[in-house]
Design a protein around this ligand. Sequence first.
Ligand SMILES: C[S@@+](CC[C@H](N)C(=O)[O-])C[C@H]1O[C@@H](n2cnc3c(N)ncnc32)[C@H](O)[C@@H]1O
Length: 340
Amino acid sequence: MSTHVLLLAPSANRVYAEAAIELTVAEVSVFAQTVLAGKVRDVAATTIAGLPCVGFDADELSTHDISMLSNVSSSYALFAVAGPDLLRPIEQRRLAWFDDDLITIPKYAGKTNEQFTHLLLNVTLLSSAWASSLVEGGLRVLDPLCGRGSTLNQALVYGYDVAGIDLDGKDFEAYAAYLRTYLQRKRIKHKLETIPVRRNKRLVARRLSGSVVARGERTLGIDVVHADTTAATDFFKQASFHAIVADAPYGVAHGSRTVSAGLRRSPLQLLADAVPGWARLLRPGGTLGISWNVHVARRQDAAEVLAAAGLTVLDEGPYERFRHRVDAAITRDILIGVRG
Ligand SMILES: C[S@@+](CC[C@H](N)C(=O)[O-])C[C@H]1O[C@@H](n2cnc3c(N)ncnc32)[C@H](O)[C@@H]1O
């Protein structure tokens, strides 16, 4: 057994301010109680030479265990404590089916922070029946409030098939344009088309559909719909996703764009209307991870919405420790529901 320390990327402090260490303790604790169960213990905040870090005790870590820990959202470097004043660096094995800039290039009002998007995807997947496949791929992830694609881009970097829905036409177009330009500029083989979706000869949605060949070897599906998320089951097959990850509207204006009636629903009402459909899209053992602003919906109320859709809410241990302040108007929290 030896003690390990995880050093956080400097950007984590800018994103989360004081909460960075506590959020990482909670995230590593979810790794510890799922894919690293019995191997990683006593996850806690610590300091090395005055630098705040996350420490834990671990038995011999396999290559697979190290791959898991390398993908902790705020991880910068991992060390084993080799003696007093002596740290042994452990080579990181981050998933990188695309370069990091796929995630970092887009900048727009209303973007869910990249590190937080990564954290929410991790915690959601780790809580599913496919937790140990996190680093292997072969998973299909939906963001039913995908905006301009921050979750989709993170899931592509992980080597997964991705799907999204958003009701904002400008977001849909911006994501389609960004992805096409990015893939062309990087000379990455892909086939993407925007197609109209008709029902009874009436146009009901637009769909960005196709595939991309990551690192020349893995073909990943892309399927993004411009539609109201409360109609998600009209566009995707039931029980077809391993995980669904959504950052709900914060109930505060991002810029001054005109919004349609669907976009004006209160965040809790939107969840109440949409979660039953999302739950049906999950495979048994699949998980729904949502984040939202607790100033506009209480945790208890959001949990009731998930439970009413037949999901088992994970509400103990580290799952209670993700609440953090974003700014004066937003305090964000996470809830995970599992489909039985
Ligand atoms: C907090 S933002 C998510 C941002 C996204 N994660 C990103 O980084 O681009 C919430 C999203 O929900 C979308 N939305 C709100 N109501 C919707 C609805 N009824 N159907 C589909 N999308 C909706 C908004 O357009 C917005 O893009």
